[in-house]
Design a protein around this ligand. Structure first.
Ligand SMILES: Nc1ncnc2c1ncn2[C@@H]1O[C@H](COP(=O)(O)OP(=O)(O)O)[C@@H](O)[C@H]1O
Ligand SMILES: [Mg+2]
Length: 623
């Protein structure tokens, strides 16, 4: 569905239509279609497994029939003699064949499933991940990454488990019921009627109990996971607990939670227990009922002794096959619920996709132009209105303004993290929405305020800027970013792992890794969003010199808190509530004695005050 715009006007209303990135897999957005889509990819496998499982179940349930035939042959022969042995040869062969068939077919199906499942699961993981990759910045900022990763694995597992249950459990049960009814029908139709009715009643009630039980077990699961959450939170804050001398308080707090959990877990367990009662009682009814019924039929001479044996052993087999049916229904619901959850979360329309005829434009001039840009994150909270500004190729521009004035948004729009509602952003004269996102991002480097690193080695993290860089190139970049010295001091040097998101490094160290990475990337446009504000001033000074070298020959945008770090740039834009209120060099702006001048004066302390508290820069007092 390569549709360009996410919105098509319909009767004056904006209607969302499902759009998907061109290189994302075409995954269906409903659980049932989703399962079918993936099963279809492995249809020959599943067909073979279904056939083998069907043969397996049939062989198993035919065994009593073979026994019946053996008994019939024996009882119909007058005495122990050669003719008896001849007569029972065929049923004995049948019995042996069925027993072997049960093993061979069952294990063959098992073998295929064992081979298929991991491949199938991985195929689903791959597809879901490939789909997820194309979601927007907005999507990822409003979801937990851990939860998304969990969804991928639960969904993939859900599909394979559902298929396994449907084939090896539910299909077997159905086959067993059908074959039994047919066999008994041949013996004596009312007996088949009794067992058939029992089977229908048993399945229906099991299903109904499972749907009821689901409510309880969900509540219990929710209570359990809430408790886990509370324990995680408490453990994370254990130092605070100790320092506030609240150890006892926390234990009581947990106790309250555990009591609450206990209530729900008990409800759920009681319900499971009731289901077990139902199962045992219905099993007893079937066993005893069949026994008495066929016994009385035999005494009336309606059936033979062989039939009697067949009927009673069939009833025993049915019971062993249909055991725990409610629980299996419950598990099936669980798996399908997981799939529905994952599909609902991940298979959403992609918010920002490449146009059908998007070009992989390579940037030569690297001028950036905002043309009448209107933008808001959410309706009614306009960030930019008709914003127009041009940054010439090779210009180094500083952006200043209070927090919340729109600097990061400005940068995010250039990176196409969001699309403006109207207006254009052009790089090199080309609208960025006409470029492929890959081309755009390959040619812009960003150093954010708080860069996050992969839990991979430092070498790999830096090399991310240029995948084919040699070790020497990586080290050279690290040296230029003033990262080499601290890396050399870590025990494993460039091969050390940095911990999830880079937690084992200080903010400043992470920042220098991010800078080294960008040095390797060597893109024509460089953006720094408060990149040096987490550094101490000595490191910042050292890095500032490097940054000046890195900036050479590039178009650069620097968002800065500390005005001294941008004073020497070619041009400064002062942002205020989404507008550019001043534009010029440091000297010119100081001479204007306007907003920038006042900010500069306020920075006698070195920083901008963090919050503007709704006053405009222009309203700030002059000293
Ligand atoms: N992801 C977001 N979702 C909703 N509103 C946002 C988001 N990011 C920023 N904003 C809002 O947009 C405005 C501009 O923010 P931002 O560009 O981050 O300012 P700055 O970088 O200058 O501090 C602020 O009012 C902020 O609350
Ligand atoms: Mg910001």
């Amino acid at each position: 569905m390569e549709i360009n715009s996410g919105f098509i006007p319909k009767k004056g209303r904006k209607v969302r239509i499902f759009q998907r990135a061109a290189d994302a897999p075409a995954l269906p957005a409903t659980p049932l279609k989703f399962i079918c889509y993936f099963v279809n990819q492995f249809r020959w496998w599943y067909l073979s497994i279904i056939i083998l499982e069907a043969l397996h179940a049939t062989s198993g349930i035919m065994l009593p029939y073979a026994i019946g035939e053996i008994i019939r042959s024996v009882t119909q022969s007058p005495e122990n003699s050669q003719p008896v042995l001849d007569a029972i040869r065929q049923p004995v062969i049948l019995f042996t064949a069925l027993s072997l068939g049960e093993v061979v077919f069952g294990r063959s199906a098992g073998l295929l499933l064992t081979i298929l499942h991991p491949i199938h699961r991985q195929q689903i993981v791959r597809s879901l991940y490939a789909y997820l990759q194309h979601h927007s910045h907005r999507y990822f900022s409003s979801s937990f990454s851990g939860a998304l990763a969990h969804r991928i694995s639960e969904t993939s597992l859900g599909v394979t488990q559902t298929m396994q249950m449907l084939i090896s459990e539910f299909m077997s049960v159905i086959i067993v019921f059908i074959v039994t009814t047919i066999l008994l029908y041949q013996v004596y139709p009312p007996l088949a009627g009794f067992v058939g009715l029992w089977a229908v009643g048993f399945v229906t009630i099991s299903f109904w109990l499972a749907t009821r039980c689901r409510i309880y077990s969900r509540k219990a699961a929710a209570a359990r996971s809430e408790t886990t959450g509370i324990i995680v939170d408490a453990v994370t804050n254990l130092t605070s607990t100790r320092l506030f001398a609240r150890l006892g308080f926390e234990r009581r707090y947990l106790n309250e939670r555990l009591k609450y959990e206990l209530k729900h877990v008990r409800n759920s367990n009681w319900y499971s227990e009731r289901i077990r009662w139902f199962q045992f009682i219905s099993a007893a009814i079937l066993k005893i009922g069949t026994l008495y019924y066929s016994l009385s039929l035999w005494s009336q001479g309606a059936i033979t002794a062989a039939d009697f044996v067949v009927a009673t052993s069939l009833s025993l087999l049915i019971i062993s096959e249909a055991r725990n049916l409610s629980r299996r229904f419950l598990e099936l619901f669980e798996h399908i619920g997981n799939i529905a959850n994952g599909v609902g979360t991940i298979i959403q329309p992609h918010e920002l996709i490449d146009r059908e005829n998007a070009i992989a434009h390579s940037i030569h001039q690297s001028s950036i132009e905002f043309r009448d840009v209107h933008f808001h994150y959410s309706e009614g909270k306009q960030v930019f209105q008709k914003l127009s500004v041009t940054i010439e190729a090779g210009q180094r521009v500083g952006l200043v303004g209070f927090s919340g004035s729109g600097k990061s948004t400005f940068v995010n729009l250039i990176l196409r993290q969001f699309d403006p509602q109207s207006g254009q952003i052009l790089i090199d004269g080309v609208d960025i929405s006409d470029m492929t996102q890959n081309a755009l991002h390959a040619q812009i480097s960003l150093i954010p305020q708080d860069p996050s690193l992969f839990h991979r080695t430092l070498m790999e993290n830096i090399r991310y800027g240029k995948i084919d860089a040699t070790d020497e190139e990586v080290i050279k970049a690290a040296k230029r970013a003033h990262a080499h010295d601290f890396i050399a001091q870590i025990r494993e040097g460039y091969n050390s792992l940095v911990g999830e998101r880079g937690v084992k490094l200080s903010g400043g160290q992470r920042q220098r890794i991010a800078i080294a990475r960008v040095i390797l990337k060597d893109a024509p446009i460089l953006i720094l969003d408060e990149a040096t504000s987490s550094l101490d001033s000595i490191t910042e000074k050292a890095i500032q010199d490097t940054l000046d070298v890195v900036m050479d020959g590039k178009t650069v945008i620097v968002v800065a808190h500390r005005l001294s770090t941008i004073a020497h740039l070619d041009r400064i834009l002062v942002f205020d509530h989404g507008r550019i209120v001043e534009d010029g060099t440091h000297k010119e702006l100081l001479a204007q004695r306007g907003a920038y001048y006042r900010l500069w004066e306020m920075q006698a302390g070195g920083f901008l005050p963090v919050e503007a508290n709704n006053h405009n820069v222009s309203e700030l007092p002059t000293r």
